[in-house]
Design a protein around this ligand. Structure first.
Ligand SMILES: Nc1ncnc2c1ncn2[C@@H]1O[C@H](COP(=O)(O)OP(=O)(O)OP(=O)(O)O)[C@@H](O)[C@H]1O
Length: 278
């Protein structure tokens, strides 16, 4: 569906070299701190900035008009003119997208209680975010590229949008989504796999199932740390009680070290350890 190989972009104080893949039927997450390179990656994939390297969407390096119809996009710094209302943008969407589904669009607008005749500039951050996602989903796209679609939303609204994405995927098993978020716990509940990006480099790619079943945090005191087999420790971090250690071989430590505290891995912990651990 989407292949990115050594996508490179250099700014004065930042360099990106990113490779990732989104398979058909997959929802793939891209997580990283502020400034890690998520938006730059998304913009390059969409051809909005110049880059080096390979980007293939639907198996092609250059998108034709039909391909563009099959893309649904949310970018953090884009949106409709604030002077328009939802009623104003319906004819624009009809014109832009051959498969624009007005019934779905209006159903979602009503479900999220968005006013149809209020200027978008008067919308709250959350209302604007919801509108952007509804628009991206309103024209039967095969691939959704969503940069921080849940930014600025409260927990309930985030949950509603995540449900909407789940429903979107469930309707057609060939649909895919590439989604970024700095709230990694959001992605844990919906993504099949995720990439972790830091300082413009992909530090990790893992299936969510594997992360939840095989990754763990070992909490050990100084003595236990000395005696610990470090072969399967990916990162460790000094704490007041000793060390926390990240492993992707939970079972090995569960079987061989029955006395140590072993906590299940979550994306947030893994990301913190991968970035801040030694
Ligand atoms: N047009 C530009 N000119 C110079 N530097 C840029 C430009 N666009 C982005 N950068 C730099 O590239 C780096 C990555 O930015 P990017 O927006 O891709 O990060 P991000 O992971 O999306 O962060 P956030 O979560 O804060 O949106 C940052 O250091 C940013 O300052």
């Amino acid at each position: 569906m989407l292949k990115v190989k050594h996508l490179k972009k250099n700014y004065a104080s930042f360099s990106l070299d990113c490779s990732l893949e989104v398979k058909p039927g997959y929802m793939t997450g891209l997580i990283g701190q502020n400034g890690a390179g998520k938006s730059t990656t998304f913009k390059a994939i969409l051809g909005l900035i110049h880059y080096e390297g390979l980007v293939e969407v639907f198996g092609r390096q250059t998108l034709n008009e039909e391909d563009k119809q099959l893309l649904g996009v949310v970018l953090s710094d884009s949106g409709f003119s604030g002077y328009l209302t939802i009623s104003d943008i319906i004819p624009i969407l009809k014109h832009l997208y051959k498969s624009f589904d007005q019934t779905f669009f209006l159903r979602m607008v009503n479900q999220f209680e968005l006013p149809k005749n209020k200027k978008i500039k008067e919308f709250s951050t959350g209302m604007k975010a919801k509108l952007k996602v509804i628009v991206a989903m309103s024209h039967q796209a095969k691939l959704l590229i969503l940069d921080e679609p849940t930014a600025g939303l409260d927990v309930i609204a985030r949950d509603e949008l995540l449900d909407m994405m789940r429903d979107y995927m469930a309707e057609d098993d060939q649909r895919s989504i590439l989604i970024s978020s700095h709230i990694s716990s959001d992605l844990e509940t919906i993504c099949d796999d995720f990439y972790m990006i830091h300082n413009g480099r992909v530090m990790m790619h893992e299936d969510t199932d594997v992360l939840l079943s095989d990754y763990a945090l070992l909490k050990v005191d100084f003595k236990q740390f000395e005696q610990l087999d470090k072969d399967y420790i990916l990162k460790y971090k000094k704490e007041s009680y000793g060390y926390s250690c990240l492993t992707n071989q939970k079972q090995y430590y569960t079987e061989n070290y029955p006395d140590i505290v072993i906590e299940n891995g979550h994306i947030d912990d893994v990301m913190t350890m991968m970035i801040r651990g030694e």
